[in-house]
Ligand binder design. Structure first.
Ligand code: 9PG
Length: 540
């Protein structure tokens, strides 16, 4: 292994790259190393570490919707190909050219007895790239001017234990490096999306509110309105036909005793929006023109320049108004848009610009609950309360997979298991919604139980997304058992295995819970115990 071209040894050093230089220190970190330093100048891409690539490892994508998964060194992802060729190149990487070229693991990579991980992403985008038979750790600074210098994103090399244990250590170190303060409220709630999708009406919301209000089987803290209420992406204060004002929406929810939650994509502006028409100069640009960040809702979507003083003021005012209207839970989505490369009012890195955007939202909502989604993961640490750590779930297990591995319940749950080490260390994990209804759904009772039990045993956020009139006794009982499993600290085993994961929760109100969760389509066994396909069983 080489750090800055030399075999690592505790001590201090300096390295010059022409446009920038780094003064650094290497210290022991348990059985491995910790690299810290300060970086000066105008860096582009810095090679930090290089070592022999393992045959099999756990790779991680930069944002919520991208996978963390077991891969082999030479593996390619044809399913990402389509995404890259469309205008959604930044969905899975802020450096799509490199992403196209080789296998990339963002922030960290893990394998048997090793985790390499950067602890922060405040300025740079940290990633590991497979090149030939080596894996190389880089910091991408996008050529920004660091002025008086910046802390280099620290790197740890953790060794000598099972990968699951090392990932937990990495999570603890990254949590501390980002000054994470966990929100003591671990939400239980309702979300409109996975039943109503974009067709949600205000009448649907009122119907579900009334059912939940009257029924103790639905002990929700929060009712969250998802995408569908707004006139356009960017025009958050303009309701679609049939919707009341934001004040009225929040009031209706609070009247029934729930906290009010609302969805936005705050760094996005549709080509058709008033926001874009009035303020094209507030968008990240390229060659003097607003730059398309991605396409969705059948439209080109631009990215808010979160370093632009007036855009920042608008962002603050948008969330201050939602807070004033009575909302206390903010699902903020498609966040990666603020971190795309491009020209901004200030020449900071896209990562720093992204964090300034999140900081602005945090200032506006105060202690409101902020749930990140579609979000660059490591740069969000310390600025969000909850984080979606997987692709969208869906009312089916594995059918209809699209190019980016979803949406489906299988990928959502697999990501939640893979990224469980982040839960309670970087934020509270949102594994995406549990589904309780037994009609209008393509998930079997076993599959619904597998998802819900795993989420419960992992003590994750529990948000149900159903037309509550379709939830029968079975679904109500499932919600009760799921909530009863919460409260412990869960560890995972089997991340490098065949798809059967052991979830061990210690020690919540229900005592020790050991779940064997088989996410695969065939029966698998754990220490001689056979677990049927797509099933969780409780081990004694
Ligand atoms: C609302 C939804 C829900 C959901 C989010 C997010 O086109 N896309 O690539 C794409 C990705 C994710 C997605 C929608 C579109 O879902 O994860 O929970 O809030 O937005 O639109």
């Amino acid at each position: 292994m080489k750090i800055f071209g030399k075999a690592p040894a505790p001590g201090a050093g300096r390295i010059d790259f022409g446009a920038c230089h780094i003064v650094y220190k290497i210290a022991r970190q348990d059985a491995g190393y910790r690299l810290t330093g300060k970086i000066f100048g105008k860096p582009g891409r810095i090679e930090v570490l290089r070592t022999k690539a393992p045959e099999i490892f756990l790779m991680n994508n930069w944002q919520s919707w991208g996978p963390m998964q077991k891969v082999s060194r030479g593996q390619r992802f044809p399913e990402f190909e389509e995404i890259r060729q469309s205008e959604r190149g930044y969905l899975f990487s802020p450096i799509p050219e490199d992403f196209r070229r080789t296998l990339i693991s963002d922030y960290f990579a893990g394998w048997d007895r090793s985790v390499l991980g950067f602890l922060t992403s405040r300025d740079a985008h940290p990633f590991f790239a497979v090149e030939g038979d080596e894996i190389i750790g880089y910091l991408e600074y996008f050529g920004a001017d660091l002025g008086d210098g910046a802390e280099m994103e620290p790197l740890v090399v953790l060794q000598g234990k099972q990968v699951e244990d090392l990932l937990e250590e990495y999570g603890v170190l990254a949590g501390a490096a980002n000054s994470v303060a966990l929100n003591p409220w671990n939400p239980v709630g309702w979300c409109s999306w996975y039943q109503y999708f974009g067709k949600l009406t205000w009448t649907d919301v009122l119907k579900n509110l009334d059912i939940a209000d009257r029924n103790p089987a639905f002990p929700f803290d929060v009712f969250q309105i998802d995408d569908g209420y707004e006139e356009d992406i960017g025009d958050w204060d303009k309701g679609r036909a049939g919707y009341p004002s934001q004040e009225e929406m929040a009031r209706a929810i609070r009247l029934r005793g729930f906290k009010a939650g609302i969805w936005t994509a705050p760094f996005s502006a549709a080509e058709t929006s008033d926001l874009f028409h009035k303020h094209p100069d507030w968008m990240v640009s390229e060659n003097g023109l607003p730059k398309v960040a991605y396409r969705a809702w059948g439209k080109a979507i631009y990215a808010l320049d979160t370093t632009h003083a007036e855009a920042k003021r608008w962002l603050y005012d948008t969330f201050a108004a939602q807070k004033k209207a009575g909302f206390e839970y903010f699902k903020i989505d498609f966040l990666f848009a603020a971190a795309i490369p491009g020209v901004r009012a200030r020449n900071v890195t896209p990562i720093r610009a992204y964090r300034e955007g999140l900081e602005t939202i945090r200032q506006a909502v105060g202690r409101g609950f902020v749930l990140g989604c579609g979000a660059p993961l490591l740069p969000s640490a310390g600025l969000v309360d909850g984080m979606r750590i997987g692709e969208d779930t869906a009312p089916y297990w594995k059918t209809k997979p699209s190019a980016f591995q979803g949406p489906n319940a299988f990928f959502a749950l697999r990501n939640a298991v893979m990224r469980q080490f982040m839960h309670g260390r970087l934020w509270l994990n949102d594994p995406d919604c549990i589904l309780l209804r037994s009609s209008d759904i393509g998930l079997s009772g076993n599959e619904r139980q597998l998802f819900a039990w795993a989420a419960g045993a992992m003590d994750n956020m529990i948000i149900a997304s159903d037309d509550l009139s379709l939830v029968g006794e079975h679904g109500k009982a499932l919600l009760e058992t799921t909530l009863g499993m919460r409260g412990g600290k869960a560890r995972i085993r089997g991340l490098l295995g065949d798809g059967l994961y052991l979830i061990e929760s210690k020690v919540g109100p229900a005592g020790v819970i050991t779940l064997a969760a088989n996410l695969e389509d065939k029966a698998l066994s754990w220490k001689g115990k056979t677990v049927p396909a797509r099933t969780a069983i409780r081990l004694p």
